[in-house]
Design a protein around this ligand. Structure first.
Ligand code: SAH
Ligand code: MG
Length: 215
């Protein structure tokens, strides 16, 4: 996402740090099965945000195979995560991975469409950290829906806000993605205009927005 060369250099450099097998196995699985998990530098950034901020209750929208949820728990083993996923195959895979890591007490998967689960999620809240990483065309709706369960000094992190570089280079986007790219661009502008959050966007991974609620 950043300069391709810089990105390749940093990803290569990071390989010098030992990673537990389960992480590389999940990355391989995701690659082989085209599961859009976070990019290496993006997930490293998210994990360190968690290490610094130490949220206790995290809401994740978009579990996929449980990769980012497990990485967040690595960042703060004390945290509890509620993670929403609508795809049954993903839920099965995530459940297996979370059990394998014995993190089923820390991570609860809620099944269904995030746009219809506010009532259910309210029972688990409030949350001091929300991570939005599901259908990119719905980001604004996810944000508007779930900010109601955010604590007064909470943080909302959104992934893929630069979407393969297409957001800054809309002409390059394949025709079928143009509408989606326009929506993400609109979301980024809308985030910036929200006076009740301080938002900055970082060109890490696929682009990450951090929105901190003003107290
Ligand atoms: N956070 C994961 C990747 C998530 S990929 C990681 O980095 O490891 C996005 C996931 O969001 C997909 O599995 C998709 O099925 C799910 N999703 C998309 N829209 C959704 C919705 N409206 N409700 C629930 N899940 C949704
Ligand atoms: Mg993502």
């Amino acid at each position: 996402m950043i300069d391709i060369e810089v990105n390749a250099y940093l990803e290569e450099l990071e390989k010098q740090q030992p990673v537990p097998n389960w992480i590389s196995e999940m990355e391989t699985y995701a690659k082989e099965n085209h599961v859009p998990i976070m990019e290496p530098l993006g997930v490293a950034f998210l994990k360190q945000l968690i290490m610094l901020r130490k949220p206790q209750r995290i809401l994740e929208i978009g579990t996929a195979i449980g990769y980012s949820a497990l990485q967040m728990i690595e960042g703060n083993p004390e945290a509890k995560i509620v993670s929403i996923e609508r795809n049954p195959d993903m839920i099965a895979q995530a459940t297996k991975n979370i059990l394998q890591q014995q993190k089923n007490d820390a991570i609860t998967i809620i099944e269904g469409d995030a746009l219809e689960l506010l009532k259910e999620i309210e029972k688990h809240g409030p949350f001091d950290f929300i991570f939005i990483d599901a259908a990119k065309g719905q980001y604004k709706r996810f944000f508007e829906l779930y900010e109601s369960v955010l604590t007064t000094d909470g943080v909302i992190v959104t992934d893929n806000v630069l979407f393969k570089g297409y957001v800054t280079n809309q002409e390059e986007a394949p025709r079928r993605l143009k509408n989606l790219v326009a929506k993400i661009k609109h979301y980024n502008e809308w985030l910036m205009q929200r006076k009740d959050y301080e938002t900055h966007i970082y060109p890490i991974g696929d682009g990450i927005a951090i929105s901190i609620k003003n107290q």
